[in-house]
Ligand binder design. Structure first.
Ligand SMILES: Cc1cc2nc3c(=O)[nH]c(=O)nc-3n(C[C@H](O)[C@H](O)[C@H](O)COP(=O)(O)OP(=O)(O)OC[C@H]3O[C@@H](n4cnc5c(N)ncnc54)[C@H](O)[C@@H]3O)c2cc1C
Length: 434
């Protein structure tokens, strides 16, 4: 969700800065915006290399797609097939009509776009589950049956013979764009506006950033190659992953994964290649960095499956827990239960936390890293989240929304999931964590 109101052109007046749902924080600050734009620009180059192209349009997708479809039809241009990503939380939203107000509030954009796409291109459109390492059709449980405890989920996956599908071949050449597409009224200005927006979000780079690379598939593949094959990064991952300073203590795949520049399935298969190249036996022990990278990547899948099975509860104050069930109702009556917790609201404390002025040196250093670079290591994220939710007792969602705004690698599932997942027990909602 990029902020188009920052465009200098006439278009900008049509848009307001998108903000987060509960606390109205700018939804996508400069670091992620630039990273996404870099990724789009890189995608255009990739497609052109394969003799195809990328049409860049600005505006509301549901309106533009309709107009584009009508334009193509008028010009006798037939669309044979449309392939697009499947948003995982949609199943539950659609079925659960009683919770329609949440549907409207929390996953509105995705839902509208998917609905509109289906309406326009009913027979030609195919939705794909393309963001997880494990394909949801390959497991023996539904989204709703996803184990609520990570270890249980992981064991189910580890029992599978071939948990990850083979990679699809990328064609060297793709069908060329029909010329008529450039006559669509807004096609011409798309690239210029993208560049204008890129400049509007310029920022001064901090040389100390743990994530200094640009967005895009090319940069993502370089990072993958470097970390796995040109250094011993992957081999030593378990020993280094909780490091806090520098580029090499962990993979730094997250932002590339979040924005579709890198496929988790490709990582899986490249890890296999590394394993056989180095003749490493799988031990699962501390020295087996390859196992632990997969272990962490599975957390990412876990949150996607969990959210898909519990719908928009990921955004609720009480989290994944279904507050309509009897047990949860009983818990609500208990004095010290998390369900009953009164979360505080204190702007002054939040404002100090977010800019790194709490007076706690470790928390402040982490928050300053986040605000100055758009990245923070995993240990730092756990600690600042724990501090605001457990020590300051502020509504955890204000912290999650601040992360949503700043993180280059923001991903709804991993962000909101991590904020509320700890020792997830059926009788206890633990906001962050261990
Ligand atoms: C409060 C909080 C919020 C977070 N928000 C996000 C977020 O918005 N986007 C995001 O990608 N990660 C998030 N994480 C998870 C984790 O901190 C980052 O994925 C990690 O720090 C990114 O660095 P890396 O790629 O070097 O990770 P590595 O340690 O190298 O891990 C490899 C990959 O595994 C996945 N992974 C690792 N740890 C986790 C985890 N705990 N949960 C889910 N996936 C994981 C990521 O895709 C990561 O790229 C959050 C963690 C916490 C505690």
């Amino acid at each position: 969700m990029i902020d188009l109101s920052k465009l200098n052109s006439r278009l900008s007046t049509d848009y307001k800065t998108p903000t987060t749902w509960n606390f109205h924080i700018e939804r996508c600050a400069n670091y992620r915006t630039r990273f996404v734009i870099e990724s789009v620009m890189a995608l255009e180059k990739e497609l052109q290399k394969r003799k195809s192209n990328l049409l860049i349009l600005f505006g509301k997708p549901e309106r533009l797609l309709k107009e584009l479809s009508e334009f193509l039809k008028k010009n006798d241009c037939e669309i044979h097939q449309i392939h697009t990503h499947k948003e995982v939380s949609r199943t539950l939203m659609k079925r659960n009509t009683r919770k329609s107000h949440f549907m409207k509030k929390y996953a509105y954009e995705e839902l509208v776009v998917e609905k509109e796409l289906t309406k326009i291109w009913n027979k030609t459109i195919a939705f794909h589950h393309d963001t997880t390492m494990i394909h949801p059709d390959d497991v023996d449980f539904t989204f709703e049956q996803t184990p609520k405890v990570y270890a249980h989920f992981r064991r189910r996956i580890e029992k599978m013979n071939q948990p990850v599908r083979p990679l699809l071949q990328i064609p060297d050449e793709l069908p060329a764009f029909p010329d008529i597409i450039w006559k669509f009224p807004q096609s011409e200005q798309g690239k210029d506006l993208l560049e204008e927006l890129y400049e509007a979000f310029a920022f001064e780079k901090d040389e100390r950033s743990a994530f200094p690379w640009p967005g895009g598939e090319d940069a993502a593949r370089k990072r993958l190659e470097n970390y796995l094959f040109k250094t011993d990064g992957a081999i030593n991952y378990k020993q280094t992953r909780n490091g806090m300073i520098g580029t090499e203590y962990s993979t730094k795949f997250s932002a590339y994964l979040s924005h579709g520049c890198l496929s988790p399935r490709l990582i899986w298969h490249e890890l296999n290649r590394l394993q056989s190249q180095k003749k490493i036996d799988k031990t699962g022990g501390d020295e087996d960095g390859i196992y632990w990278i997969r272990f962490e990547l599975l957390w990412r899948d876990f949150f996607r499956f969990l959210v898909a099975g519990s719908g928009n509860r990921v955004f609720h104050l009480h989290g994944f827990r279904d507050m309509s069930n009897k047990e949860a109702q009983e818990d609500l009556k208990k004095k010290n239960s998390y369900s009953n917790k009164v979360w505080k609201s204190n702007n002054d404390q939040f404002n100090k936390w977010k800019v790194g002025q709490t007076g706690m040196p470790y928390i402040d250093a982490s928050m300053r890293e986040l605000i100055n670079t758009g990245f923070l290591n995993n240990r730092g994220r756990q600690n600042v989240a724990s501090y605001i939710a457990k020590d300051l007792e502020l509504d955890w969602r204000i912290g999650a929304e601040w992360f949503e705004s700043l993180l280059k690698d923001h991903d709804v599932y991993s962000n909101y999931g991590n904020w509320q997942y700890g020792k997830y027990k059926k009788d206890l909602f633990h906001c962050l964590l261990h």
